[in-house]
Design a protein. Sequence first.
Length: 343
Amino acid sequence: MNYGYGSGDVPPNKLGITDPEVMRAAQQVTTDFRTGELREGLKVIRGNFDADHFRKIHEYSMQDVYGWAGQTRQDLKENTGQDISRNRQSVATSEPLAFEEAGKVNSRLNTISADLQKENGLKGLDQNEFVKRFANYYDQYYQVAPFRAGNDAVLNIVAEQIGKQAGYEVQLENAPGVKVAAEKTLAKDSTKNDRSELEQALSAVTRPAPGPEAELARRSSLRENELPMTREKHETVHTRELNQAGAFLQDTLSGRVGGKDTFDLLKQTQQEFSRGQINEQNLQVARHIGDSLKGQGVDPYIQRFEKATSELAELKGYYVERPNQERGAALPDRTSSRNEQER
């Protein structure tokens, strides 16, 4: 199930709207007042920018349009059995975008929040340093897309509050360039940590906030060192890379005659790797998929897919043959182990 407003689906709403374009406009109109209260400080929702904080902001902002406001995609999956995917095409690049799986949304928000708190909420940074670290967290939160609808409005409020606590004004209302840059960043090879376009877009809407409290928040004595790459972060980066490269390859295969079998194998293998279900069988399938698609105009995405599967497998203790090593070509029978559950 996909509520990305690109598939024709519209989430259940209090207004009885079924047209995606009408729904998008109605959501903006009905939530502008609520988000305005949050921006002006007339309504204060405190928190640490974790799953619970996101829920509260969404519930308040979207209360007039959605009866399920305040429930993440993971909450809905656990409470109703709806496994809601946010995958859709990028409005900036037209490439498919792979967002976090519904079942991992809450834990990812909590992990990002914990990392942000360890960096003292980005306090004590000059503007250039703040924008660089801020882009890192904006990118991560954007990729999670915790709700079936209303993600942009909630993330804008969250991002502005992070900036305010760190001594900066971040003006994300009517800033479409940030969304475009975020989608371009999401479509890139995440292992290269190239957020330059997003940093540039955020820099354009960020300035030091006035007043002594803001000045105090920017003092370098409050700065915390950047966190090293942990095993968990390493796994998160390569899972995201696997899903993004896989989404592009699936999109390519779906339009090709005779590509359904490879499409099905790719989708199943990607799901298993994302869930940490890695074994010799699906490693061999992943290698076969890469070999079968080479020379068909998608080699950069094949390389990203292969690198991500190799990194994730090695984290699980498997030895992985690199692309320049000799490979066996036989494809194992996957019939008995195929998991038909959709993402």
